[in-house]
Every structure is written in structure tokens, then in C-alpha cells.
Design a protein around this ligand. Structure first.
Ligand code: ATP
Length: 311
């Protein structure tokens, strides 16, 4: 492992009974990176993340997490991990401060009051410290959950669909916090199905059926897939959308308000469609740089097809 890598694993494999749910997984996660794990339900994201952090013993493979061996030093790793699950799991009839204090006691933390005060201040919860957790909005509950799993100052944060069911403003605020933590050197692993969480990640791994299909810096993913995208504007965009879905060379049509993003992996075929359509003079077609959103939609759609075949 190089000094910059928080996690470096090779060949991680996990079997449950006869099923191999994670198959020879390799990965390097730079320290301070936000790494997103995408893929359909049951594809092995959580199992992979848990093995990488020493929370689950692999049946094969090896690696290090935060400088510790994932096979033999899981206790040391666990002490450095904060795990934010999807469900709010704090006490609704305790105040924010009482919840944090309870966790600090449970883990027998030294300087308990100072730690709780620091966590409250750090996540902007100090003014609400006396409020019952049960009366908080979704966004504030989530902030409290984050504070509770950062209380022991972990170096690695695991987030499981962290902004599911939270309003857009609170989602943005939450991701600002996560970026701030990452800038401080905290490494963040995120398991998600949501596009707006995926686009927040520095790196992305796409997993289907226990196999990593693609991984790398988020900005490189569209190029790695080889997706070309055209932006289309004009009247009666719904009818055009339906027609394009039947057009050879067009593999994906995604609608963003009044604009279509038309994508495909055969750049020449798509350029011919664009030229033919532009010649009609009804809609404006502009080629655009492949974005992560199109890439994400493409990966998700491909995987659900595989899923039906595998069933
Ligand atoms: N303890 C276990 N015993 C048996 N099978 C398990 C166990 N844990 C997970 N599995 C199975 O392993 C597969 C991978 O599960 P995992 O939770 O890692 O997927 P996931 O990609 O995180 O899914 P989701 O997006 O639904 O959370 C699933 O088929 C699941 O049913």
C-alpha cells in the first residue's frame, strides 16, 4: 500500500453457501476520496464495503485498510470506521446532546463532554442541542446521524444511501459536510442507487452480480464506457423522444426538462441520426461532452437487463 491509499485490496471473494456474491474484487481507494459504489440491489456492494473495512472476513483475497491488514487487524480498523446506515437509529425521545452523550458513554470515550461539544459545533447542531431528536426534520436527523458516527473521529466513513428521503436543500448541505470531511482527510465510501449521490463522488465503482464492471475517477467513467451524447431541443419533445427510442444507433434517451440527452456507444451511427434529424430543421442537435449522469443511467439500464436474464 502506498501512503496515499486508505484502502488497497486484491482478489476479495465472498461466498454465502453455493453463491459467490463477491468475486475477486480489486480496489485502491485514495485517502480523502469519496468513492461511490453503484449497482443493482443485491449486487454485493455492502458485502464488498464490509470486507474492505474489516467488518466481514473474506473467503479469499487480502488487503489493507488504513494501514491495517483486513484479515488479521479488523479490530484496529473498526475503531477507525464510522458507519451511517440508511435508517435513523437514534433515540427520538432524547435530545440531540443526550443522544451524542449516550454514544460517547457507550464507547467509554475520554473527554466525553468536549467530544460532544466539538461534534455539535462541527455539524452546526449547537443551537439545537436541547431539541428532542424525534422532533427534527429529515435533514437535521441525518446531520445528527452523521455527528454520531463522527464522534470518535474516524478516518473512514461508510454511508449507505445517505440522502434517501431527504429534501434537495438538505441533500446539498449534507454533501457539503461530506466534502468538508473528505478535505480533512476522511475517506468516504458511499453505497447508492441515486444519481445525485453518484455525481458527488470523486471515484465510482459499478458492481453487478458480485463483479466490478467498471471503476475509476468519476470524470473518466463516461469516456471509459465510450458513450457519445447529443443534446436536443425544440418543439414537441415528447413525440421525438418516443421516436428516437425506436431509432437504430440510439441506445439511450434521457429527458432533462424540455431537453433530451440522446446517447449511444456507436459515435458514427449516432452522428448519422443527428445529421438526418438536424436536416429536418425542427430540432436543434448539439454534440456534448459525455456526462456522468448519462453514464450512470446507461450503467443502471444495462445492469437491470442483465438482472432479468439472470433471474
Ligand atoms: N449474511 C448473509 N448470508 C447470506 N446471504 C447474504 C448475506 N449477506 C448478504 N447476502 C446476499 O449476498 C448478496 C449481496 O448482498 P449485498 O447486501 O452485499 O448487496 P448490495 O449490493 O449491497 O444490495 P442493496 O443495494 O440491496 O443493499 C445478496 O444476494 C444477499 O442476499
Amino acid at each position: 500500500m502506498t501512503a496515499e491509499m486508505a484502502i488497497s485490496v486484491r482478489g476479495l471473494t465472498k461466498r454465502f453457501g453455493p453463491r459467490t456474491v463477491v468475486d475477486r474484487f480489486d480496489m485502491d481507494v485514495p485517502r480523502g476520496a469519496i468513492y461511490g459504489f453503484l449497482g443493482p440491489n443485491g449486487s454485493g456492494k455492502t458485502t464488498t464495503i464490509r470486507m474492505m473495512c474489516g467488518l466481514l472476513t473474506p473467503d479469499g483475497g487480502s488487503g489493507t485498510c488504513l494501514g491495517h491488514d483486513i484479515l488479521t487487524q479488523s479490530q484496529q480498523i473498526k475503531e477507525q470506521v464510522g458507519y451511517m446506515t440508511q435508517r435513523f437509529s437514534l433515540y427520538e425521545d432524547l435530545t440531540i446532546r443526550e443522544n451524542l452523550d449516550f454514544i460517547a458513554r457507550m464507547f467509554r470515550m475520554k473527554d466525553r463532554k468536549a467530544r460532544v461539544d466539538a461534534a455539535l459545533a462541527d455539524l452546526g447542531l449547537a443551537d439545537r442541542a436541547g431539541q428532542l431528536a424525534g422532533t427534527l426534520s429529515g435533514g437535521w436527523k441525518q446531520r445528527l446521524s452523521l455527528a454520531s458516527c463522527m464522534l470518535h473521529d474516524p478516518q473512514l466513513l461508510l454511508l449507505d444511501e445517505p440522502t434517501a428521503g431527504v429534501d434537495p436543500k438538505a441533500r446539498r448541505d449534507f454533501w457539503d459536510e461530506i466534502r468538508r470531511l473528505a478535505a480533512r482527510g476522511v475517506t468516504v465510501l458511499v453505497s447508492t442507487h441515486y444519481m445525485d449521490e453518484a455525481v458527488q463522488c470523486d471515484f465510482i465503482a459499478y458492481i453487478a452480480y458480485g463483479k466490478k464492471l467498471i471503476s475509476g475517477p468519476a470524470r473518466d467513467i463516461p469516456g471509459m464506457i465510450g458513450l457519445t451524447t447529443w443534446q436536443v431541443e425544440g418543439p414537441d419533445i415528447g413525440a421525438l423522444e418516443a421516436a428516437l427510442r425506436q431509432t437504430p444507433g440510439v441506445e439511450q434517451v434521457a429527458r432533462f426538462g424540455a431537453v433530451l440527452h440522446v446517447s449511444g456507444t456507436d459515435a458514427a451511427a449516432l452522428a448519422r441520426v443527428a445529421a438526418e434529424q438536424s436536416a429536418l430543421g425542427t430540432h436543434q442537435w448539439h454534440e456534448q461532452k459525455g456526462g456522468l449522469e448519462e453514464a450512470f443511467i446507461y450503467l443502471m439500464a444495462g445492469a437491470s437487463d442483465n438482472f432479468s436474464e439472470g433471474e
